[in-house]
Design a protein around this ligand. Sequence first.
Ligand SMILES: Cc1ncc(COP(=O)(O)O)c(C=O)c1O
Length: 461
Amino acid sequence: MEQYSDDVHHDILSTIGNTPIVKINRSAPAGEHNFFGKLEYFNPGLSVKDRIATAIIDGAERRGELKPGGTIIEATSGNTGLGLAMVAAVRGYKAIFVMPDKISEEKRASLRAFGAKVIITPTAVEPDDPRSFYSVAKKLVEITTGSFYTNQYHNPDNPEVHYRSTGPEIWRQMGGKIDLLVAGAGTGGTISGVGRYLKEQNPDIKIVCCDPYGSILHDLFYYQEVRSPAQPYKVEGIGEDMLPENVHFDVIDDFVQVDDQAAFDKCRELSEQDALCVGPSSALALVAAIEYSKKLSSPSNILVIMADHGKSYLSKAFNHQWLQESGLVKSILHSQRVEDLLKASPLKPVITGMVGSTVGELITTMRSNQISQMPIYSDETLMGVLNETDLITAIASGKLQVNDPVIHLVSGHVVEIALDDTLANLSEMFEQDLVALVRDRSDQLHILSKIDLLEYLGECH
Ligand SMILES: Cc1ncc(COP(=O)(O)O)c(C=O)c1O
């Protein structure tokens, strides 16, 4: 290898780590906090688990627990399997993986692509049930000679590699300017290892674990007992129905629970708005980070561990039919934004009036532009809206003359809505009889009416 530069790797495994950190711009709220993602899908197996796969096998080889030609066995939700399958391929081991049936078909197929065997077990059984993926994996180890059970949930090499590599990488990349780390816990390796390292650098850094509703980790952290029994949920890779030894509660400051709906919505948003095509567990971590950031009293740098790539979930998180069958599709009002409506049916820029104008002047303006309502400004400030019905009533009843100032007729029932607001927000405004104004990206103001929304919804169906 001497004739090549350092950029040429000895094998694929040495490309693991040094994943980039990217600022999350559009799928996180703009404001005083900065949100960043540590993109673990830049690892060759597309997930954070490549790191522990190599570390665990290195440890087993060092201790003589895995001999040449041996068999690697693991109970895995997929990503660890992929990392281990790569190590097995590069170093000449056999590999068998046991995984619950909720794991996506893409993940199973990718393991087989590296030459590994996959055994599927039912999800809806207790961990100590002989059919559970933990029990089946244990049994396989007993009956396979020369096998090594990687035991990612309890093997200390797992948090250790995050303490030695992921933690220092983050500290270096952020130049020490990190206030909050948010990560999920599957085995707990990532959050425990990274959390310990960061706390040693600066004990004020908050370490927050995001947990899907249905996992028992939240209850164990807060109450040292399970108050809401484990329930199935759709997000893969994080949350547990038992307490792995690699979850170290002592480095975790807080837990935030998130439901499937919020996680899957954010997953598509991250991909569509920031081109960050990550898995649902990464999106869930961002939802938790946004929620937790509301409690922070000073501007903070918030780092979210984004554990894997969205490509492994094309048949789920990014598949409309699966989302619909899983009850995870919200109405079009929730999924579409005001900007989508504007793009689909370009509206004319709105004609505005000034508070100092007279009733007569504005009647002329409304007639010549064929409009029925008009926002009224005082300099830059929106004072309200003038509509033709109020004008007719006022003039017909003799309450106002054409030379009177229009200010008496301006109603406050008007608000500006943001391009990023959902159509559900717009519809709520209409329900309250508010007039909606929106400023487009070139600073043109438009009025949105109920008929615009109706027409758009008609076109979408
Ligand atoms: C998709 C995904 N996200 C997050 C995690 C959590 O990582 P850890 O096992 O280090 O807690 C995993 C682990 O399986 C995972 O597969």
